[in-house]
Design a protein. Structure first.
Length: 411
């Protein structure tokens, strides 16, 4: 599957192998779901000529081959009645049916079908942009395999090629995985990305926002309407919301927290007092703590009733009546325990933990050393304050080789 950027600028040869010019563009009509190339634009000594496809034997990244010996002067200059793939489509912004800007056309994919070369899709990735710059090795590295394309059948070209639209409505974007939504909006300006997030459900928007880089998160939240931004931040774990608010302007952060639910805002404020690179700054204060004198059966009932998010129950941390950390319990241990058994009799007391002021390096060291998914955070008196998950520090301090190691679901 060649890309347009791999074809343009390559030599055009006639049937005898004589170079007649340089491929400058490809022409299509816009009335076909996968339009075939109707003609090629070949340049020579400052002049452009449109050669109909019936004269073309092949177009590949190595060059264009014609079927016979030709004189370029015999072919007319290309007109504007057809669409020029390079001139008219590259770098254009694709919008959805409601006018929301989505992605930029960085490259176009083509596919040979029954002797034709047809326009197949849009590559909006960074790899596509790098490919156009001629940095092939870096494009392959950034693409990490086969690129995901926007199918050309889903694309509609407006009058005079002044606008490119997706044929599908915006609700299709809502059904995309958060990581894919983030990939789309990461290529937008903060204002454009803010418009997209505001049009999504708050929970979906929160998940997509969490996939962006720190700098883009802060910029997008700053560009959103305050009420919309507050609603989205409420759907995020407190530690993620605190990370974002810690990067926006202080006045803006204060405004957003005033608009959030008081309980959620208080959770976020309690995390903002800690330095970003400490356990306190990394931890999630929401977790499912278990009383040591509770029975296993009652804890199972509580889990069913409250149904905490999966990222809050990596482990069950056990506390005494004063909220001090006493032990840890895996979900497996809980399930196999007799319903009447006390948690104190099922838990493990040798639980690894970190303190609020511990550095991110110390947190990561213990996570790696004990091969854990999460580790509890306690204050100077041993009170359980939250937990840090492996995802919270993975991108900061761990080598890529360790990221693929399996984790133990035990404390």
């Amino acid at each position: 599957m060649p890309f347009l950027s791999q074809l343009l600028g390559r030599p055009t040869l006639d049937a005898d192998g004589t170079r007649v010019g340089i491929l400058r563009d490809l022409l299509v009509s816009g009335d076909n779901p996968y339009p075939p190339i109707s003609a090629i634009v070949v340049g020579d000594r400052g002049h452009l000529h449109a050669i109909p496809w019936l004269h073309v034997a092949s177009v590949t990244p190595r060059g264009t081959a014609l079927r016979s010996r030709v004189r370029l002067e015999a072919f007319p200059a290309p007109g504007d009645e057809m669409i020029w793939l390079g001139r008219d489509l590259l770098d254009k912004q694709i919008v959805d049916t409601q006018g929301v800007k989505l992605v930029r056309v960085n490259d176009l994919s083509l596919t040979p079908i029954n002797g034709d070369l047809r326009l197949a899709g849009v590559d909006n990735s960074v790899a596509g942009l790098l490919r156009r710059l001629g940095i092939e090795w870096l494009a392959r590295l950034a693409g990490r395999g086969r690129p995901r394309l926007i199918d050309w059948e889903q694309v509609d070209i407006g009058p005079a090629v002044d606008e490119i639209r997706l044929k599908v409505p915006f609700h299709r974007l809502r059904r995309m995985p958060p990581a894919d939504i983030a990939a789309v909006i990461s290529q937008m300006s903060p204002g454009e990305a803010a418009d997209v997030l505001e049009a999504l459900d708050d929970e979906i928007a929160a998940d997509a926002l969490a996939e962006l880089t720190d700098e883009h998160q802060a910029a997008v939240v700053s560009a959103m309407e305050p009420e919309e931004a507050a609603d989205v931040l409420e759907q995020m774990p407190p530690d993620d919301a605190a990370d974002i608010l810690g990067d926006v302007h202080e006045e803006r952060a204060g405004e957003l927290m005033r608009l959030m639910e008081p309980h959620t805002a208080q959770e976020v404020r309690s995390l903002l007092i800690y330095e970003d690179d400490t356990a306190g700054g990394l931890m999630n204060s929401r977790l499912f703590a278990v009383a040591e004198m509770e029975t296993a059966g009652r804890v199972v009932e509580d889990l069913r009733r409250t149904a905490p998010p999966e990222d809050e129950i990596y482990y069950l941390y056990v506390v005494d009546s004063g909220g001090r950390l006493r032990g840890v319990l895996s979900l497996r241990d809980l399930v196999v325990a007799q319903p009447e058994a006390l948690i104190a009799d099922c838990m493990r007391e040798d639980v690894a933990f970190v303190r609020l002021e511990d550095s991110k390096e110390e947190v990561a060291r213990k996570l790696i050393h004990y091969n854990l998914l999460a580790i509890p955070v306690v204050d100077e008196h041993g009170h359980l304050k939250g937990m840090v998950t492996v995802d919270d520090v993975l991108d900061l301090v761990t080598p890529r080789a360790w990221q693929n190691r399996p984790r133990r679901m035990t404390g």
